[in-house]
Design a protein around this ligand. Structure first.
Ligand SMILES: CC(C)(COP(=O)(O)OP(=O)(O)OC[C@H]1O[C@@H](n2cnc3c(N)ncnc32)[C@H](O)[C@@H]1OP(=O)(O)O)[C@@H](O)C(=O)NCCC(=O)NCCS
Length: 125
């Protein structure tokens, strides 16, 4: 068994600027329809949630980078973050089957300026 972690921090402004400048093109490249629906439901706070998901995808990539390297062509939308009824986020690998991943856990936080995500992956090696 191998345990790896990944972390990422991002400025909310950077994501807001990308969304304002590139609109749908950026959203559809980075986020799944379910992620977009979740963030849009947050209205005024939506950029914090978009930024958090961006950080989450980067953190997952960091946690899995050794495993993904040269083996899988991974895109932003292959990593989806969905919240359960209690609000706890969970990572789903969409259209990407990596057989030796046992579990991926994630924690997210955001404030007015920054969003941060921490990921722990457990792999059978
Ligand atoms: C859920 C809670 C932890 C969120 O914390 P917060 O400081 O308001 O907000 P943060 O920016 O740090 O975190 C927000 C993220 O927390 C995550 N989150 C929400 N509910 C969660 C839960 N039940 N479990 C784990 N993570 C959760 C989400 O990923 C959310 O971001 P998202 O909506 O973009 O996915 C907080 O609102 C809460 O309920 N705290 C309870 C505190 C308490 O009871 N303390 C008693 C002693 S421990």
């Amino acid at each position: 068994m191998q345990i790896t972690c990944g972390t990422d921090i991002i400025e909310i402004d950077r994501i807001q600027k990308s969304i304002e400048e590139m609109g749908e093109r950026f959203l559809e490249r980075v986020y799944t329809p379910q992620e977009i629906a979740y963030c849009e439901s947050k209205k005024m706070q939506k950029y914090q949630h978009y930024a958090a998901r961006f950080a989450a995808k980067e953190a997952v990539f960091k946690a899995l980078s050794g495993e993904l390297k040269d083996k899988y062509a991974i895109e932003w939308r292959n990593i989806e973050v969905i919240n359960n009824e209690q609000g706890r986020p969970k990572v789903h690998l969409q259209g990407l089957h990596i057989p030796n991943i046992q579990n991926i856990d994630i924690s997210i936080s955001h404030c007015k300026s920054y969003a941060v995500a921490n990921v722990v992956a457990v792999m059978d090696l």
